[in-house]
Design a protein around this ligand. Sequence first.
Ligand code: DON
Length: 309
Amino acid sequence: MFGLLEGLVEKNKEYIKDGDVANYIPALSKVDKNQLGIAIIYLTKDGYKDYFAGDYTTNFAIESTSKVITLIMAMMDHSPEYVFQKIGTEPSGFPFNSILNMNINNKEVPSNPFINAGAIVVNSLIKGKDSEEKINRILNFTRKLANNDFIDVNEEVYLSEKRTGDINRSLGYYLKGKNVISGDVEDILDAYFKQCSISVCALDLAKIGSVLANKGVCPWNNKKLIPEDICTITKSIMVTCGLYDESGSFAVHIGVPAKSGVGGGILATVPNKMGIGIYGPSLDSKGNSVAGIKLLQELSKTLDLNIFE
Ligand code: DON
């Protein structure tokens, strides 16, 4: 398996040139785009085995991949029924930060929890008296899911997100104006910018994916962190909405629940089999890791991971 992963990383580096780092967030535009790495946490009868290759320990900004974690928390803090009164479960077909995701002519709630408008609503639902309490809860949960106490917010990325986050600000105020969120918009956005700035590596994402694959139970200590129904809902939304307006082709060609982020991360989870974390900061036009997607596509074919087969 190590040989397979090393070969796939080397081969798929050729696609790095077809994309670029996210340059709308200044701190992300400084990242070296020539990186690619993968980690796998493979579920076994009595625990797990880990496999990795390339830049799998390099830290990067979690960005939209954090939306998986906050969705789980909001459902656990309330209930799935409550959360999905405030956001839809439909893929939108529009870019992740588009105001069109608001379903303006329909129900006037964001299409799904993974586009920015939906993720801002999700963040507003997380319990905590202010952004500090919320981000501490998000960090603690992320640390447990990834079995890594060192996970923290990258201050430079956070300040960069906050300084340049005007589209998110406009989405936040629109949602407040439409009574979809309540409370202090700036404080909710502050917690959202911080959740996107959490620093993780591909191995952390693979571990989070393995908990989802294992129906909410950590394969390393058998602790149940997520109720099973919430795991199932999360994986379903990852399949339909995880890669924004590229979700359809991703499902057709790869067939694995996954969530991307503009930091270059992909968190994938193969039910009952494995968690996969990928890092490749060169992005395609939709904001997804260009070489990472190719790598995952080849891995899915080689290991027969497509859940629809
Ligand atoms: O809100 C934003 O635009 C970023 N902090 C996160 C966007 C993102 O990762 C979209 N994913 N591909």
